[in-house]
Design a protein around this ligand. Structure first.
Ligand SMILES: Nc1nc2c(ncn2[C@@H]2O[C@H](COP(=O)(O)OP(=O)(O)OP(=O)(O)O)[C@@H](O)[C@H]2O)c(=O)[nH]1
Ligand SMILES: [Mg+2]
Length: 264
């Protein structure tokens, strides 16, 4: 376990991004019901210059609909899991001129609108994570059968916070929803960590939602500064792909995350 008291790099700083050029990375798997709405929503945002959809060998119309909406679509010849798409998408974003890289979901739970609340915080840090843990920002009926998803995420988030604990500020970052895919990065963050997002010395990604926890630990280990802010959380369109509405799937995801926190 890391025990970080060296917190000199984690006090107030200002480094304004005057001309944000955002590249949005969207991993997608059989999201034909939502993908167009999600791509359109982001391409309408004034600072979004690129939208990249990484399709995980969908069997529905995700690819053609995303292309119709104007996204750049990366396809695969087999399903290689969500984590593979995340890593591929972040690397692909480096081929654009974006100075901010955003990661979001294809299922319609997140909105480009929230980028406006996240961007100002990037003046003070390198990564802004979204949090879906504010009831007032949650659409009624969302996750109503899945308290275990909410509590599990909260528990593992606090465990991760504990890993970087210092006694005065309760840790160099404060987090409540580590499983939230919506997050934005300064370009330099992805430049520095993009080749370290697989298992050490391999080309295999960590897997599932644990990948984004691993991503966070990579950022923190390099002293990148992370702030978590509340974001709106709408009901997903279509079926859950990872089964976050199922107890056993949540348990499995939680154990993976626990392993990442303890191991790396
Ligand atoms: N399960 C799965 N999801 C994928 C894959 N590739 C991309 N995704 C996308 O990853 C996102 C996460 O899956 P969701 O079904 O939204 O998960 P969820 O049940 O809403 O739960 P959250 O993790 O809380 O969002 C979706 O937008 C999927 O389209 C894949 O290979 N498998
Ligand atoms: Mg989702």
């Amino acid at each position: 376990m890391k025990y970080r008291t060296e917190s000199e790099k984690h006090f107030l700083q200002y480094d304004r991004i005057d001309n944000p050029r955002i590249c949005v990375v969207i991993p997608a798997y059989n999201e034909e019901l939502s993908i167009q709405q999600v791509v359109d929503d982001h391409l309408r945002h004034k600072f979004v210059k690129h939208v990249i959809v990484i399709d995980n060998f969908s069997s529905d119309k995700t690819v053609e609909l995303a292309r119709q909406s104007g996204a750049k679509v990366i396809t695969k010849t087999e399903n290689r899991g969500m984590a593979h798409s995340i890593v591929l998408g972040l690397k692909e974003a480096l081929n654009t001129d974006a100075n901010v890289i955003a990661l979001t979901e294809a299922d319609g739970t997140h909105s480009a609108y929230d980028l406006d609340k996240m961007l100002p915080y990037l003046d003070h840090c390198d990564v802004v994570n979204g949090s879906r843990r504010v009831q007032i920002l949650t659409e009624k009926g969302n996750l109503r059968e899945s308290a275990v998803h909410i509590w599990g995420n909260y528990f593992f988030s606090k465990l991760l916070q504990l890993k970087y604990l210092n006694f005065i500020y309760l840790g160099i970052f404060n987090i409540s929803d580590e499983g939230c895919m919506l997050r934005i990065f300064r370009r330099k963050v992805i430049e520095e960590i993009h080749d370290q997002l697989n298992f050490p010395d391999s080309d295999i990604p960590i897997g599932g939602i644990a990948e984004i926890v691993f991503l966070t630990t990579k950022c923190l280990d390099k002293d990148f500064r992370i702030i978590e802010v509340p974001v709106t959380y709408k009901k997903r369109i279509g079926e859950s792909k990872v089964g976050s509405d199922k107890f056993l799937k949540n348990l499995e995801g939680g154990l993976n995350i626990l392993w990442i926190i303890l191991r790396y």
